[in-house]
Design a binder for this molecule. Structure first.
Ligand code: GDP
Ligand code: MN
Length: 387
C-alpha cells in the first residue's frame, strides 16, 4: 500500500523523524483555514501518489491568505500524470539551504536492504543515477545485523553531506531505518531531506510503501486506507474481503485465481468488449463468496453483463456449480450472465448449472465462447436470447 505524503509524514513522525506540522484540506476554504492556522508563509501541496508534483504545479508557496486561496483552487482538481488532486497538505514553509536524498528499500537480487543517500536531493533519484551515479552513496544492509551508527556515518560522509548536517542526517537515517523495518515498509524515501539555514535537518517530503503482507499486525493501517479508496465499488469489495479492482468497462468479471481473472479481462478485450473490473474470488468459489462477488458487481451501474469464469481445481466442478446456484438464489441479479466452468468434474458442474439456465443465465464451455456471448449480451443492440 502506497501512502500519501501527509500519511507518510505521520508515519515518519512516529519514529522521531522531524517533519513540518500541517494539515489536510479537501476544499479551498479548508485550505485557507489550514494555512491561517499554520502561519505564513505556507507550502500547499497536491496529495497524489506520483512523484514530480513540484514540476507539475502541484507544490506552491503562499505568503498570505489570498495566495493560499489562489493556489489551493488551482491545485485541487489538477491532473498530475493521470492522478486528479482531491486533497491538499498545507504546512509551514521551510527555508532551504540544501536539499539531500535518503531512502531504504529492498534489493531482492542482493537479498539485503539497500540504503541510498545523496547530497543531490530535490531531483528525481533516477535522474541523479543516470547523470551522476557517483553522487549516490549506497550500502547493502544485512537484515540480521541492521544499520549501525557507523554505517549511517559512512553513508552520510560518502554522499558528501555538508558538515553542519552530518549529525542530523545520521540521526534521521537511524530513525528512518527503524521506520522501514519496524514499520514494515517496502520503501521509505525522503526527497528532499533538507538542511535549513539555521542548521536543522528535516524531511520535506515523504514516500512510504507499506508491505501489505504485514497488514495483519498493523490494525492502525486501516486509518490509511479510507481515503486511498475513492471508488465506491472498491470500498464495498474490500468490506467483503474480495480481491477487486474497478475498471472502466461494462462487462463484470468474476474468476477464481488472479491469473485467470487477468486472462479473463484480456479475452473480453480481445473480443471487442471492455471489462468493468478485475475480481479474483480465490480457489474455493463457495456460495458465500460468489454471492458477495455478484453483489459487488451488480452494484456497478455500468455493468451490462457478467462473465463468471471458474476453473475447478481442488474445488471440484459440482461444488463450484452448487455454490453458483445457491448464490443466484440469494442475490437478485437482473443483469445477464455467462458462466464458463471447466476443470475437475466440469461435466458434473455443467449439469447442475443447466438447471438454472435461462435467456439471461447462459453456460458456455470455453473461455473465448463465453467472452463473446458476454460481450454480445452487454451490447444493447443485440436482441436478448439470440444465441
Ligand atoms: P515532489 O515534486 O512531488 O517530489 O514534491 P516535493 O514535496 O519534493 O516538493 C518539490 C519541491 O518543492 C522541493 O524539492 C522543494 O524545492 C520545494 N518545496 C517543498 N516544500 C518547500 C518548503 O517548505 N519551502 C521551500 N522553499 N520549498 C519547498
Ligand atoms: Mn519529493
Amino acid at each position: 500500500m502506497d501512502l500519501f505524503e501527509y500519511q507518510g509524514k505521520q508515519y515518519f513522525a512516529r519514529y522521531g523523524i522531524p517533519v513540518s506540522p500541517g494539515g489536510t484540506a479537501d476544499t479551498v476554504d479548508e485550505a485557507v483555514a489550514q494555512a491561517d492556522r499554520a502561519g505564513y508563509p505556507v507550502v500547499i501541496k497536491a496529495q497524489v501518489q506520483v512523484g514530480g508534483r513540484g514540476k507539475a504545479g502541484g507544490v506552491k508557496l503562499a505568503t498570505n491568505a489570498d495566495e493560499a486561496r489562489l493556489h489551493a483552487s488551482n491545485i485541487l482538481g489538477l491532473d498530475i500524470k493521470g492522478h486528479v488532486v482531491r486533497r491538499l497538505w498545507i504546512e509551514r514553509a521551510s527555508d532551504i539551504a540544501k536539499e539531500y536524498y535518503a531512502s531504504f528499500t529492498l534489493d531482492r537480487g542482493a537479498k539485503a536492504y539497500l540504503a541510498m543517500v545523496s547530497a543531490r536531493g530535490g531531483v528525481e533519484i533516477e535522474t541523479v543515477a543516470e547523470e551522476d551515479p557517483d553522487a549516490i552513496a549506497r550500502l547493502h544492509i544485512d537484515p540480521a545485523v541492521g544499520l549501525t551508527e557507523a554505517d549511517a556515518r559512512r553513508l552520510v560522509t560518502e554522499a558528501g553531506i555538508d558538515r553542519e548536517a552530518v549529525d542530523g542526517a545520521i540521526g534521521i537515517l537511524l530513525n528512518l531505518y527503524r521506520c522501514y523495518v519496524e514499520g514494515d515498509a517496502d520503501l521509505v524515501e525522503i526527497n528532499p531531506l533538507i538542511l535549513t539555514p539555521d542548521g536543522r535537518v528535516h524531511a520535506l517530503d515523504a514516500k512510504v510503501t507499506l508491505d501489505d503482507n504485514a497488514a495483519f499486525r498493523h490494525p492502525e493501517w486501516d486509518d490509511f486506507r479510507d481515503i486511498d479508496e475513492f471508488d465506491e465499488r472498491e470500498r464495498l469489495a474490500r468490506s467483503k474481503g474480495l480481491q477487486y479492482v474497478g475498471l472502466d468497462g461494462y462487462v463484470g468479471i468474476i474468476a477464481n485465481g488472479a491469473g485467470l481473472a487477468m486472462s479473463t479481462c484480456d479475452v473480453v478485450n480481445q473480443v471487442g468488449g471492455s471489462p468493468a473490473n478485475f475480481l479474483d474470488i480465490g480457489g474455493g468459489a463457495n456460495a458465500e463468496v460468489m454471492a458477495n462477488a455478484l453483489e459487488v458487481i451488480s452494484s456497478d451501474h455500468k455493468v451490462r453483463a457478467i462473465f463468471i469464469n471458474i476453473f475447478g481445481g481442488i474445488t471440484r466442478g459440482e461444488e463450484v456449480a452448487n455454490g453458483i446456484v445457491t448464490a443466484l438464489g440469494r442475490v437478485d441479479i437482473k443483469i445477464p450472465m455467462v458462466i464458463r466452468l471447466d476443470g475437475t468434474n466440469a461435466e458434473e458442474g455443467r449439469e447442475i448449472l443447466a438447471r438454472v439456465e435461462s435467456d439471461t443465465v447462459i453456460s458456455a464451455p470455453t473461455m473465448l465462447d463465453a467472452a463473446r456471448k458476454a460481450v454480445a449480451l452487454a451490447d444493447p443492440a443485440t436482441p436478448q436470447g439470440s444465441f
